[in-house]
Design a protein around this ligand. Sequence first.
Ligand SMILES: [Zn+2]
Length: 324
Amino acid sequence: MNSDRSYLQYGLVTFAVHSLAGWLCFGFELDGYMRTSFKRRPSGFLQHLHKRGGGTAVFRYSVVEAGSDFVHSRNLSFPDLKNKKITLVGCGAIGSYVVPALVRLGAGTGSGSLSLIDDDTLWPENLGRHSLGYPSLFKPKSAELKAELSRQFPMSKILASDENVAELPKLFDADLVIDATGEEAVSEMLNARRLRLSSRTPLLHAWILGNGEAVQALWTQGVKGACYRCLRKSGPGDLKEERYPVLKAPPKRKQIACHAFTPFAVSAAMNAAALATEVLVDWLERGDPSPRFRTRIADNADVHKVKNQDPERLSRCPACSDAR
Ligand SMILES: [Zn+2]
């Protein structure tokens, strides 16, 4: 204040002190006449305040904390996803609800990042069960999801790639990889790749069963416990039957023009995303995602019940039996 005259352009001065008891904020007005008078001698204002200006009224004000450290940890009693490098594969129906949850849990803040991988485009048939809407139609899902979440949370570092996941060499160079594709062939490919690399990066799969009668999630890490392929039998004579069957009948298929698909409601995608998020929360809170294999059944679904558990590896698993 002795030589810096820049403060003279302001009508008031404010102070915000971050104390153990919270923010202590106060300020006072800078008299317009005095500011003009002391333009050539800014130190004079200080002397004025010490003497005749000492009677200047001090006002209090409050501040509202809105930074990412506060926003993402405010509702948690454990560390959030700050500083973690997270890669999500699949920005379809399931991924589109996983991503908003990850960002709200602090993904992409601090030194962390959230990479979204999907080479697909948003088509009209996706809109009924995807978190994005008409403004993103015919545009890349990953880039549009990044744009939407970046608009909501500009301080989160979100990256998007529309490359084929099979061609990404550093996929497992992360603290966590999430497979939200819900496509068995892609999940098997990711599982095989993780095992081939002997990666210690956790891989969390989430998918929908049938027409949404149930959703499942599996956390895999290293060679401890079952891998994704261990969820299907692989002994002599086994035809990849499910190890823990849930559905009593094959899912209904729908045909529109020459395109056949499995219909399910948006609630199934949201349930799968919520289940994956809960596994993640247990990992953050307890350092242990157990039970690593979880099944959530829709209330009115007529299916076999499967308990949540930590399944063991299958000795004959074609994917992990040789993995170390
Ligand atoms: Zn296995």
